[in-house]
Design a protein around this ligand. Structure first.
Ligand SMILES: Cc1cc2nc3c(=O)[nH]c(=O)nc-3n(C[C@H](O)[C@H](O)[C@H](O)COP(=O)(O)OP(=O)(O)OC[C@H]3O[C@@H](n4cnc5c(N)ncnc54)[C@H](O)[C@@H]3O)c2cc1C
Length: 388
């Protein structure tokens, strides 16, 4: 497969010179772990103490990793990316609010985005997080098959209704809906709910996509079993595939509670699991559609090669590539320029409320070996090309 990701002119075509400089400065900062730790603590403290730092956060990390504070705010970013063939998945990134009114608000937000997406070709896909719609511990308890109290049962019904309302509207509006995956100890209940939604709404085309975290060694078997059930019962599978974002937490918990870690023993094992799952899905593309969420160049090249080998058109609507806004533009924009379907998650929300998301991005870029240095090298190459 010919190498396409080195083209920095295409990768950064939307960045002005000053935005390029800001990105370079930002990734340089992020590459220093102590700076990330200090910056994170200082930002959290300043926001809690109501110090006037929102402007500073907005002009730096926020604007790099987020589309705006609300949907309308994101429109210029969405339109600009779509001009280059890259679609957007608006991601309401307010996390960790565990009360009913917030769960309803998150659902309303998602419904609004689906309606919004229905009107805009640039937003063919929407997304939500299970714990945005209900308490983490209730997912956990349900998944562990512990009996729920009468009150919890009513609470669970509300979660089911939120899932159903969103998936139903997605079906009506023909907007694909991705359901993110989280920690393994709450995921069983979310998986069951997603399967119910697929059974109900994926009857002719896949609308509902569950997320398969392939750092989990049991996920390919789970996918195959789900596929058997889907074929038997006549529904399609929507599969978002990722490696997984909670490795440290998973390992710590497994250690502390003395059970086998659900995570592959090595990075190589995760990569193999990812590749085999991709292969399985693409060979069954008539019944499984895929959204490949990765910043890994090799995974993208592999998917491109497999598509070519299996005679799957680059623009086949059953295969999408996805990256996060503010990261790996060299993958997103070069894939789009070469005719593939690409969408970027565009997080949005009030500055204060998306801080946990921003901190995760900063920490992830500090801990994922090679990823920040790769961003820096590409930005440097583009600065040189522009003679900045
Ligand atoms: C569009 C999009 C949507 C996403 N949605 C979700 C989601 O719903 N849920 C979720 O959990 N994550 C999600 N992620 C994050 C994703 O799971 C990864 O954390 C992130 O993309 C890094 O993986 P990679 O494939 O890009 O790159 P790589 O750099 O190739 O892989 C890094 C990943 O490999 C795995 N890994 C690293 N070291 C080891 C090791 N020693 N042993 C075993 N495995 C190892 C970890 O999963 C790590 O995150 C999403 C990412 C994208 C781009």
């Amino acid at each position: 497969m010919s190498k396409i990701f080195e083209n920095t002119e295409i990768a950064f075509s939307l960045k002005s010179d000053s935005e390029l400089e800001r990105a370079y400065f930002l990734f340089k900062m992020i590459s220093h772990e102590p700076l990330v730790r200090i910056g994170t603590a200082a930002a959290n403290f300043a926001l809690k103490a109501h110090l006037p730092v929102e402007g500073l956060i907005r002009a730096t990390v926020f604007d790099h990793f987020c589309g705006g504070v609300n949907e309308d705010d994101c429109l210029p970013v969405i339109d600009k990316m779509f001009d280059k063939g890259v679609s957007s998945v608006l991601d309401y990134s307010v996390e960790g609010k565990e009360i009913e009114s917030h769960f309803d608000a998150a659902m309303e937000k998602t419904l609004k985005i689906i309606n919004f997406a229905d009107e805009k070709k640039s937003m063919p896909i929407a997304v939500f997080k299970p714990t945005g719609f209900g308490r983490f511990h209730l997912f956990q308890k349900k998944g562990e098959r512990k009996p729920l109290t009468a009150q919890e049962q009513v609470e669970w019904e509300r979660i089911v209704n939120r899932f159903d309302k969103v998936c139903k509207l997605a079906k009506e509006k023909d907007v694909e809906i991705l359901v993110d995956s989280e920690q393994s100890w709450m995921q069983d209940a979310a998986d069951e709910l997603c399967e119910d939604m697929m059974r109900k709404y994926n009857t002719d085309i896949p609308i509902v996509y569950n997320t398969f975290q392939l750092y989990r060694w049991d996920r390919l078997d789970y996918l195959k079993l789900l596929h058997e059930r889907a074929k038997k019962e006549g529904f399609m599978i929507g599969a978002k595939i990722v490696r997984g974002a909670y490795m440290e937490k998973e390992r710590e918990r497994a250690d502390a509670k003395d059970y086998d870690s659900p995570i592959c023993a090595t990075k190589e094992a995760t990569d193999l699991n990812f590749n085999e799952s991709l292969d399985y899905i693409l060979r069954n593309i008539d019944t499984i559609s895929v959204f490949i969420g990765t910043h890994n160049e090799q995974s993208c090249y592999l998917a491109m090669q497999m598509m070519a080998d299996l005679n799957i058109e680059k623009s086949d609507n059953r295969v999408w590539f996805g990256q996060l806004y503010g990261m790996s533009d060299h993958i997103s924009f070069n894939l789009a320029a070469n005719g593939y379907n690409v969408a970027k998650y565009v997080p949005f929300g009030p500055v204060k409320d998306v801080m946990p998301y921003l901190i995760r991005r900063a920490e992830e870029n500090t801990s994922v070996a090679g990823q920040t240095s790769r961003e820096l090298m590409l930005l440097k190459n583009e600065r040189q090309r522009r003679r900045l």
